[in-house]
Write a protein that binds this ligand. Structure first.
Ligand SMILES: *Cc1c(COP(=O)(O)O)cnc(C)c1O
Length: 452
């Protein structure tokens, strides 16, 4: 039985798919964090290059991928689609399970798909340096690699606790010539003010964002880059779904359900949006399911409301599902899924019931990861393992109902730099953090009051 569906380099998409003109209603405005009034392109110009600001609001359904960007994407794209034949057997399910594997990129996740595009547009705009934040280091290493290809400097503020826990990714950033600083740092006003209150602060994504944005605002030659959530990031990830549609055709199966893990929502949107386009245009009924950790179930449990993108209230205010900008999720091992908000595009689609969501505790997620590794030979990233849990549960449900179901999930990255998390799982040291209802209720009382 065939288990791999490969495309040639010629099959790399030439355009990104922009879902904005196909949304069931326009996206609510993006608001300035100080005035809470809608922002225009000029408000964003100090931190993003104009091409990306224009992509953020573009009404064009297709946007050409520049040749220079495709040349680099071709180093690892198209990525493989595989059928998890051994996993199907192990589960004894009549369902067929396919997965699109993004872990074959040089840094092991889907994140370079947008990092390369963002570095390119910044280079075109004459920018010399990009600043960003990173949690576990997946985004920082992707951007450092992309900056290296376009001869840009890269400054990464890495959440201090991860900086010490994940030395591998900080080495990768440095090998590509990037500069990585544990956050909070003494280098910025935001960092210094946190350290003055708490010299031992472990840092957070919110604090690191504030430091990176501050550096971009204060330096003419520096812009800021974000690895998820924004419309243009989701746009750049749609190469994933476009390739997958072709590969599923070669495989000769139509997915009944498409599954991806959701942090900020970019990898799930990357595979799901091209399928959503078909649902809306052709009347197909492919289910689209985003999977979250129970410790941070933004789409599953958060209200759809305007909130700040970061803890320090420096990032724009957008309407999304949120758990509150000052909510700090428990230290689960899927660091990439610990964001209080979610992409506004996904939030709107979820509101209209065009995408579904589900949340899992981390121990069953690691059980699924281990079962997948033993069947398929790939050790998944803890983030990606959330999608595997949901895919296995779909397959078991199909087994119970004796249904032929075609299940497709995205494996967003490999876990070879996350082995300490697996050690903790195997030693029985993982904890299923309960859904932090009280903390979230408290945090939700701090949402900005706006009437858009
Ligand atoms: C960053 C990351 C995620 C979560 O980010 P999204 O924007 O939701 O895709 C998921 N998986 C991996 C491997 C990651 O590195």
């Amino acid at each position: 039985m065939e288990s791999q569906y490969l495309l040639s380099q010629n099959d790399l998409p030439t355009q990104w798919y922009n879902v904005i003109p196909d949304l069931p209603e326009p996206l609510p405005p993006t608001l300035h964090p100080k005035t809470l009034q809608p922002v225009g392109p000029d408000d964003l110009a100090p931190i993003f290059p104009m091409e990306l600001i224009l992509q953020e609001v573009s009404q064009d359904r297709y946007i050409d991928i520049p040749a220079e960007v495709r040349d680099i994407l071709q180093l690892w794209r198209p990525t493989p689609l595989l059928r998890a034949v051994r996993l199907e057997k192990a589960l004894g399910t009549p369902a067929k399970i396919f997965y699109k594997y993004e872990g074959t990129s040089p840094v092991g996740s889907h994140k370079p798909n947008t990092a390369v595009a963002q570095a390119y547009y910044n280079k075109q705009a004459g920018v010399k340096r990009l600043s960003t934040e990173t949690g576990a280091g997946q985004w920082g290493s992707a951007l450092a690699m992309a900056c290296n290809f376009f001869d840009l400097q890269c400054k990464v503020y890495m959440v201090k606790v991860s900086y010490h826990q994940k030395p591998g990714r900080r080495s990768i950033i440095r090998i590509f010539g990037g500069e990585v600083t544990p956050s909070p740092s003494e280098e910025t006003e935001s960092g210094r003010s946190i350290l003055a209150q708490d010299p031992d602060s472990p840092g957070s994504l919110g604090i690191a964002i504030s430091e990176a944005v501050e550096v971009a605002m204060l330096n003419e030659d520096t812009k800021y880059s974000l690895g998820s959530v924004l419309n243009h990031v989701l746009l750049h990830q749609t190469v994933i779904g476009q390739e997958t549609i072709k590969q599923m055709e070669i495989a000769g199966f139509e997915p009944d359900v498409v599954i991806g893990c959701v942090g900020g929502g970019s990898n799930f949107a990357g595979i799901a949006l091209p399928y959503l386009q078909r649902n809306l245009r052709d009347g197909t009924k492919t289910r689209l399911v985003g999977v979250e950790p129970m410790a941070c179930p933004t789409l599953t449990k958060g209200p759809y409301a305007f909130d700040y993108g970061d803890t320090a209230k420096m990032a724009p205010v957008v309407k999304m599902n949120t758990l509150g900008h000052d909510f700090v999720p428990a230290g689960i091992h899927a660091g990439g899924l610990r964001y209080h908000g979610v992409a506004p595009i996904l939030a709107l689609l979820h509101e209209h019931k065009l995408v579904e969501s589900i949340a899992y505790y981390q121990i069953p997620v690691f059980e699924a990861a281990a079962q997948f590794a033993r069947s398929e030979g790939i050790i998944p990233a803890p983030e990606s393992a959330h999608a595997i849990r949901a895919a296995i549960d779909e397959a078991l449900d199909a087994k119970e109902k004796q249904e032929e179901r075609v299940i497709l999930f995205e494996l967003s990255g490999h876990g070879y730099l996350d082995l300490s998390s697996y050690d903790a799982y195997m030693a029985g040291d993982l904890e299923d953090y309960a859904y932090p209802e009280e903390k979230i209720r408290e945090s939700l009382t701090h949402l900005p009051q706006v009437d858009f």
